[in-house]
Ligand binder design. Structure first.
Ligand SMILES: Cc1ncc(COP(=O)(O)O)c(C=O)c1O
Length: 471
């Protein structure tokens, strides 16, 4: 086909169309063939191009017509605001950590591991097997595939000490990622307008889920050893809250792991107040120099609502997590899940189960530990060398992030902007605080692509910080 002559016809017809009235009928294909001395195929191609450009529309068997010209006018959805009224509270928007910036050299801001840290071979094989099996065409039970429920229960049960009854598979609810589980838990166990205690700083997604659910967040300061049990006790006392959301192992964003014994102390406080500990074990597979022992292993009386995610360790595309809860709390969460999503894709559940039950999974986790350690150490060294003004709050024993305190007075929006202009994405710590930030913090993720460029990335941050202070 002759593209040149098709373009020639398009140009000529565009001129014709601009002079024609909306709805005018174009000459027939036969007359266009004659007029432009082109083949019918070339004329058809020109008409297809004009259709794709939105200038004409064809009505089969009737002809081709000029479409009504659409003038670009500013969208006005103001009526929606009037109809919806003011939001109940100023809702936080989506986190900057979720931004995809195609040309950034160094995406320190993202919370997700690079694919070289994922068990790619296991994932691909698992997806192939899942696609061939029953899971591809059947609907699993609302609480999850029994075999996957069993795997989650067994994992927690295997760390449960003697004297504490381990969870059973029927305590498990499989989730399409833990984020939506947090919303269900807050809604089912706390409720709109009721207080929810949260470590501060804490995961922005939990703050967002709480805000969307309409629960009232009460921050409880948490440091490198975890929250102070006395302060936690006081917060329960003063607010009458009945739940505390926390990350005892490798917290996002700080990397903190609660000091030995802190879990029991917190559990004691929670029990005394007849409350729940919502334990978010998002980084269970990311231990570096320690192992994560969930607080949930010490509870069999239904006080701990345990949330375990596989999203970041198996694959961000196989987004599967679980909540393990006992008693009526579990039933209420399940009821909410059913209303929300009915069930989780069996294909994803089967693939996730396949990955974590392969012998290669343990081998992968061992190598992941080493890779995270060398990435973390390289980033720490790079920051110490190039950003000496930044204070490293703690050397994380696990997780994916380094939490830095910048000098007081740092203009964080300007710092992030200047770094971004130089191709380095960093996350301002502000979004991890449920209330006012305790200082100018920055979170750097050491599981993203291109670790070889960490020193260069740190150098750019250091330069931007120097400019920041010299305003
Ligand atoms: C602390 C924490 N909890 C939960 C989640 C959500 O995980 P998922 O992908 O399983 O929904 C994240 C993801 O960033 C997280 O950092």
């Amino acid at each position: 086909m002759n593209n040149d002559s098709s373009s020639r016809i398009v140009l000529a017809l565009r001129k014709w169309i601009s002079a024609a009235a909306p709805g005018a009928k174009l000459p027939s294909t036969r007359s266009l063939v004659a007029e432009y001395q082109a083949s019918p195929v070339t004329v058809q191609k020109a008409l297809q191009t004009l259709t794709a450009q939105g200038l004409v529309e064809s009505r089969p068997g009737v002809g081709t017509f000029v479409r009504a010209v659409r003038t670009a006018r500013p969208a006005d959805y103001g009526w929606q605001t009037a109809a919806l009224g003011a939001p109940p509270s100023a809702l936080p928007s989506q986190s900057g950590t979720m931004r995809d910036v195609p040309n950034s050299v160094m995406p320190f801001h993202s919370g997700y591991p690079d694919r070289e840290l994922l068990p790619e071979r296991l994932v691909r094989a698992a997806l192939t097997r899942a696609a061939r099996g029953d899971a591809a065409l059947s609907r699993p039970p609302a609480a999850g595939m029994p075999e996957l429920q069993q795997w989650f229960a067994q994992e927690l049960g295997s760390a449960t000490p003697a004297g504490v009854s381990p969870p059973t598979p029927s305590d498990v609810i499989v989730l399409p990622g833990s984020q939506s589980g947090l919303s269900s838990i807050f809604r089912a166990l706390v409720g709109t307008g009721q207080p929810l205690l949260m470590e501060s700083p804490t995961y922005w997604g939990a703050i967002l889920a709480a805000a969307q659910t309409g629960v009232r967040v009460v921050p409880v300061p948490s440091g490198p050893d975890g929250p102070d049990p006395v302060a936690l006790d006081r917060a329960f006392e003063e607010t009458g809250a009945r739940a505390f959301y926390a990350q005892p192992n490798y917290a996002n964003p700080t990397g903190a792991q609660w000091a030995p014994g802190r879990g029991e102390e917190v559990l004691e406080v929670v029990r005394r107040h007849g409350a729940f500990l919502v334990e978010d074990d998002w980084a269970h597979d990311f231990g570096i120099t320690s192992n994560p022992v969930p607080v949930a292993t010490r509870d069999d009386s239904g006080h701990v609502i345990y949330v375990r995610s596989l999203t970041k360790s198996v694959s961000t595309a196989i987004r599967v997590a679980a909540v393990i809860a006992r008693g009526p709390a579990r039933e209420r969460i399940l009821a909410h899940r059913a209303a929300e999503s009915m069930y989780v894709s069996g294909l994803l559940q089967a693939a996730a189960l396949d990955v974590v039950t392969q012998p290669g999974w343990q081998t992968h986790l061992r190598s992941l530990r080493q890779q995270l350690q060398s990435r973390r150490d390289l980033l720490v060294t790079s920051v110490r060398e190039h950003v000496p003004q930044a204070h490293i709050e703690l050397l994380p024993k696990g997780g994916l992030n380094l939490w830095l305190r910048m000098p007081d007075g740092t203009d964080l929006p300007r710092l992030t902007r200047d770094c971004e202009d130089a191709g380095v994405m960093i996350a301002a710590g502000t979004e991890w605080f449920p209330a006012e930030p305790a200082g100018p913090f920055v979170r750097l993720n050491y599981s993203g692509p291109n670790p070889g460029a960490y020193p260069e990335g740190a150098r750019i941050i250091g330069e931007a910080l120097a400019r920041n202070g010299s305003r």
